[in-house]
Each structure stands twice: as C-alpha cells, then as structure tokens.
Design a protein around this ligand. Sequence first.
Ligand code: OSB
Ligand code: MG
Length: 384
Amino acid sequence: MHPDNQSASTSQNSGGILIESAELRVVELPLVTPFVISTGTMTHKTFPLLVLKGEGLEGYAEAVMDPYPDYLEETVAGAMTFLRDVLLPAVIGKRFNTPYELQSLLAPWRGNHMAKAVVEMALWDIWSKSLGTPLKAVIGGVGDSVSVGVSIGIAPIEKTLERVAEVVGQGYHRTKLKIAQGHDIALVEAVRNKFPDIKLTVDANTDYGMNDLPILQALDEFKLDYIEQPLAFDDIHDHAKVQAALKTAICLDESIRTPSDARKALEIGAARVINIKVGRVGGFAAARAIHDLCAAFDVPVWCGGMLESGIGRAHNIHLSTMSNFKKPGDTSSASRYFERDIIHEALEVENGLMAVPNNGAGIGVTLDYDYLERVTQHKEEMGA
Ligand code: OSB
Ligand code: MG
C-alpha cells in the first residue's frame, strides 16, 4: 500500500527516483482516416509529449487534450503554459519515493486534470523503471493481454456497415458506434439487424438533452451494452434521470474527471458503467481510485481512448490489466490510426486481444526518436 501523501523530498537518500530534467514537445501525427464524432472531425492527432529524465532513465507520457476545447475544456496551448511555467518546475530537482508524492504538488491547482495527468503518468513510468518492474505490476494489474473493442466514427450507414463487418471479422470484442443528432436510430437499427449478436455500444459525446429522451428510449430497444455520455459534459444529475428511464446501462465518460465525480455518479445511479481514461482523470492515482470505487458499487469499468500514439496507448493497456476492467477497452491497433507510430514496438490486436507491451520495465515501449523529431512541431528542454 502506498504511504500517505507527503511533500516530495529533495534529500539524496537512495530509493525513489530523482527527476533531473524534462523534455516537452508538441507532436502532430496525421490520421490514416479522419475521425468524426458529434463534436467535430479530427484529421491529425496533436498532443503534448513529456519525457521526464533522471538517474539515466526516461519516463514517457502523452497528454489527451485537443488543440481546442471540444471534448473537454483543456487545450494544448493552455497545458503547455501550465506545464512549462508551473508543473515541471515543481517536479524537476525533486526525488519521489512513490508517484503518490506528486499529489501534494498538483493539489493547489484547479482542474486541468489532463495536464496534471501527463506529469503523473510519466512519473509512474520512470518510477516503475527505477524498480525494474512493468507498470502493470505497480498499479496492481495482472495478465499478458487485455480485451479490446473498436470505436467507429460517424459515417454514412453503408460505410458504417462495412467498417463494422471489418472489425467484427478481425475479432474485436466490442463495437462502439459514434452517434449524433440525426445519426442515431436508423444507424443503430441497420447495424443491429445485420449483426444481431455482436456486443454493440453507442457514444453520443454529449449531443443530447433531456428533451431527447424519446430518442434514447428508441435506442433502448437494440440490446446495446451501454449508451455512453448522452448528455452534457458537465452534467451528472440528469444522467441519473435518463438511467432511471432506460433498461440499457448508461456509461459516463466526459462527466467523470475525478474520483469525487465517480462517487457522486455512483451514489445517485447516474451510470451503471464507467469509462476510465487515465489521461482525463489526472493520472493513475485517480484512475485507481475510480476503479476501486466502481468495484465497490459492482459497476464495471473499461479503458477509453483518445486516439493516442503508442505512448498513451501503452499506458492505457497497462491500466486495463486491473481486475475491474471487465469490458473491452478502446486500445485498438495503432495501425488503425497511424501510418507510422512514434514507438519502435507495434501495438496490434490479435483476436480481440492486445498484448501488454513488455519491452523493458515501465510502459514497455521505446521512443523512436528519429521519427519523433520529424513529427515534432515544438520542443523545449528544462533543467538540463
Ligand atoms: O469519447 O471516447 C471518446 C476519440 C476522441 C475523443 C473522444 C472519444 C474518442 C474515441 C476514440 O472514442 C477511442 C480510441 O482511441 O480508439
Ligand atoms: Mg466517449
């Protein structure tokens, strides 16, 4: 068990990891196909990438905010400022006996869970490397592979049917359809008619309101495993009303940014499934707390994705090895998104299973610095 939160020590005692310097980049990778959800279209994946360095080791993480606030409020530019001016100076030169010691340095700052997460996740990576241990072992996960599904972006019905046939043929364990106003009942009906037995879910990315209850009740007839985030990103309360009106489980994504959000949602019955994105909730400490809370409420969780490169994908896969990740996660093959990834290892799914990367300790993948340089838009070094 972890010790209580304490201020990070700068003393030179052995044990733990001394963070000596950091490298912060903005990376942009072209997507193989544009990804369309109710809030907009992505053609590129643009993200802050952080390398923490110390004692000859490197810890990696990527942040999941978008350039503009369309999924949640954080932005890449805001995160870069907060990381450069505040969070990284607080971390560089400090020794961490456990990643939990970071919490007291993050606590004074409001929100910005995605920016906090990138520091926290890189610290877990370098810390588990300092122990010579895979990340999954230090977060309490087990197993060599995790169950995976696919998230299918918004497209015409015929195109969607082709995509579903493809991913079902590839053996993915669950198919999630992105829905939006005007792209919902007929789409789900067509997919369900053609694939009567697949594990099927929908994700509205907040496109509906309480007035749309009839649409959600129509979707209730298609044996969906869950309906993800139908209502506003900052709403928990009304999701409880919708959940009470449906047989199908509601799954919350955007609305859960903290363990306290999860507790409130569980207490009022706003969701019967929760999507945990470690990059959305502020890191592994919060992800583990939400995971455990959900288990106590007998609510299964699954690992969401944000079209991450191999670095974020590796973190997500390790997270998914924890026991209450009982539903397939969105850690599908990297090649579905990117022609070329920024890591050396290929993260590819076989028969619906993604192997937990194990090329060394920590997240078990290695940065391809040659390619990374080519896709880096901006780079700064601190403390070197
Ligand atoms: O809601 O899960 C979401 C991608 C961008 C923004 C939000 C979401 C998604 C996905 C993609 O569903 C999942 C993936 O990484 O494959
Ligand atoms: Mg979602």
